[in-house]
Design a protein around this ligand. Structure first.
Ligand code: ZN
Length: 220
């Protein structure tokens, strides 16, 4: 069977199963959304935020892009953040990277062309700013994964500096930004850092303030 027919059939089975369990399920969905999370993650097909967290429809407002980058000039993401924070009033934003990220690999190795190459400028800036930390590791998986983690930290800082998030903090909103990494090897999410309205961003941005080393995360 053609792939697209297969997923349409799967969708029918999914909807029927939900209705079977709960006849009001879709009636409630029509009433509106009140998600507790905005998720900003990579577009990678292996990193599926709702499945990996067992979140039901309505639980997460989602934005995904290559290498989970936060660029203040990206109108798409800036609108998503504005709507999620100001209108939906989500109390949490998760920014999630993942080990083995193709976008991060391409930033290290070069070779990207066209729009992807331009898109990766934001990741290139991270590499330049933290070259010592990233290049201290041997080439290959370890270096890519460290870059992934450093990228999560810098993108979380970019997120914290957006006008929408700064505005919410200034108004005293209980909004927490979470920086996580998803490990494709074991399917587990690993928290790296948090920012809330009491966090001093200058301190987090200091180069000597490193993330939890991967080895410790593995042991946690
Ligand atoms: Zn990725």
């Amino acid at each position: 069977m053609k792939d697209h027919r297969q997923i349409l059939l799967a969708n029918k089975a999914w909807a029927a199963e939900l209705l079977d369990e709960d006849a009001e399920y879709f009636t409630r969905q029509v009433a509106g959304q009140r998600p507790k999370f905005l998720w900003i993650g990579c577009s990678d097909s292996r990193v599926s935020p709702e499945q990996m967290t067992q979140t039901q429809p309505g639980g997460m407002f989602i934005h995904r892009n290559i290498a989970n980058l936060v660029n203040p000039e990206d109108l798409n993401l800036m609108s998503v953040i504005q709507f999620a924070v100001d209108v939906l009033e989500v109390p949490n934003i998760v920014l999630c990277g993942h080990h083995g990220c193709g976008g991060i690999k391409a930033t290290l190795d070069g070779g990207a062309t066209g729009p992807v190459d331009r898109w990766l400028d934001t990741a290139r800036a991270v590499r330049h700013a933290h070259a010592d930390e990233i290049e201290a590791l041997p080439e290959g998986e370890a270096r890519v994964n460290r870059f992934v983690e450093v990228n999560v930290r810098d993108q979380l800082l970019n997120l914290a500096r957006t006008a929408t998030v700064q505005g919410a903090f200034a108004r005293g909103r209980e909004l927490v930004l979470h920086g996580w990494v998803y490990d494709i090897r074991d399917g587990l999410l690993k928290p790296l850092m948090e920012i809330d309205r009491g966090t001093t961003l200058d301190e987090i941005g200091r180069p000597d303030r490193v993330l939890v080393p991967t080895a410790e995360l593995d042991a946690a």
